[in-house]
Design a protein around this ligand. Structure first.
Ligand SMILES: NC(=O)c1ccc[n+]([C@@H]2O[C@H](COP(=O)([O-])OP(=O)(O)OC[C@H]3O[C@@H](n4cnc5c(N)ncnc54)[C@H](O)[C@@H]3O)[C@@H](O)[C@H]2O)c1
Length: 364
């Protein structure tokens, strides 16, 4: 089981055996969380709707019951004796098609509110919520001379001219990236991002009204075994890998120097276990939010090179100078709050995890 690989020696042990309901347990991350909890001796109730866009016509895996989180019906039995809910179920992706907006609203917004209502009804007071770095919208930047800046979206003309950086509004210098902390302004820029912010806000309202506790984990770019194959919504690491498998060079946009944080799915699962164990997670009725990241920023060009190295074949990555309007230049997270308050630090460095990902089993 892939939970044992790479970071297996850095497991996060919960203090007591618990019973946890994991939503989205057939998914990439939910499946890894459920497997790690079970491997640690905890009782897991897995539920998943098996959305066709995520699973085709596959049946639920062992340990997963076919449940739609939007359905208020089946929960009395499912939540009996449950200590905490780990909510991973969601419609994911870039949310590029306006026609998909209702999908995000119904599965993510409505689904979360139904879950919160049935948890309250059943007397379950602890929630760990899968949130995302997309809630920030932008990274954090500074000018060497004029300090922190919030750049405007990059103009098409500048990108077409190969000018991919953000510039200081005063002197025009290239802005350098800085670490995004959890108190950064929320600026959701897609239906998906709006739904992740909404999930956090509903969970905070629930915590305030019920005295329950919520930890929102803002995952950065998650990769690892079980990741969906090359779909329009799958991560860039999976796309690089698929290009290599076809014998084509991975296509790196811009100049390849855009910075991100790639975190291994085993570390994401460990962060969930740490969050389930947190003693005072939501002071003042607010969801306590944490970046879940490797803490080792990498450029997209480096990601392509690391995956190519691990594949042991295929042509070298190609930096194309292409771009997607609306992409941000850099977004890199601070891991410090999760380390200080949850005791979570990633164990799998991108230099180790990304080459291994080149040959890991994928889904679909
Ligand atoms: N993969 C990443 O890089 C990443 C980054 C940030 C946040 N996240 C968040 O992590 C969570 C898990 O994402 P993932 O990458 O494992 O995606 P995934 O598509 O592999 O898993 C999501 C699962 O949720 C299920 N689901 C969707 N709607 C449902 C519903 N109404 N009822 C029951 N099940 C439903 C799907 O069938 C799927 O199995 C999501 O909340 C996502 O927003 C993922």
């Amino acid at each position: 089981m892939h939970v044992q690989h790479l970071g297996g020696r850095h497991r996060a042990h919960l203090r007591h055996a618990v019973k946890v309901l994991v939503t989205g347990s057939a998914g990439f991350i939910g499946g890894t969380v459920a497997a790690m909890l079970a491997a640690e001796g905890h009782e897991v109730v897995g539920v998943d709707l098996m959305l066709p866009q995520a699973h085709g016509s596959a049946s639920p895996p062992h340990g997963t019951t076919l449940v739609d989180v939007r359905d208020p019906g089946p929960w009395t039995e499912l939540l009996a004796g449950v200590d905490a809910v780990c909510h991973q179920a969601a419609v994911v992706g870039a949310g590029v098609r306006v026609a998909d907006f209702p999908e995000y609203a119904t599965h993510n917004d409505l689904g979360t509110t139904v879950l919160l209502a049935v948890m309250h009804e059943a007397g379950v007071h602890r929630l760990v919520l899968a949130s995302s770095m997309v809630v920030y919208g932008e990274g954090r930047y500074a000018c060497a001379e004029h300090g922190p800046q919030e750049p405007r979206p990059r103009a098409r003309a500048a990108l077409e001219a190969g000018d991919f950086d953000n510039h200081c509004g005063t002197c025009g210098r290239i802005l350098v990236w800085d670490l995004v902390g959890e108190d950064a302004r929320l600026d959701p820029r897609s239906a998906y991002a709006a739904s992740k912010v909404a999930q956090e806000h509903y969970a905070s309202a629930w915590a305030r009204q019920t005295g329950g506790s919520v930890v929102a984990l803002r995952y950065h770019n998650v990769y690892g075994p079980g990741m969906p194959r090359d779909t329009p919504y799958s991560g860039v690491a999976a796309m690089f890998r698929s290009s290599l498998e076809r014998g084509e060079p991975p296509q790196v946009f811009e100049d390849g120097r855009q910075m991100r944080d790639f975190v291994h799915v085993d570390d994401v699962a460990r962060a969930n276990l740490a969050a389930l164990d947190a003693s005072t997670p939501s002071a003042g009725g607010q969801a306590a939010a944490y970046n879940v990241c490797s803490g080792s920023p990498v450029s997209i060009g480096e990601v392509a090179a690391l995956v190519a190295r691990g594949s042991g074949r295929g042509p070298a990555p190609e930096v194309t100078g292409g771009f997607r309007l609306g992409d941000v230049r850099h977004v890199v997270a601070s891991p410090e709050r999760a380390a200080a308050e949850l005791g979570f630090r990633a164990a799998v460095a991108p230099e180790v995890g990304l080459p291994a990902f080149a040959t890991a089993p994928l889904r679909g």
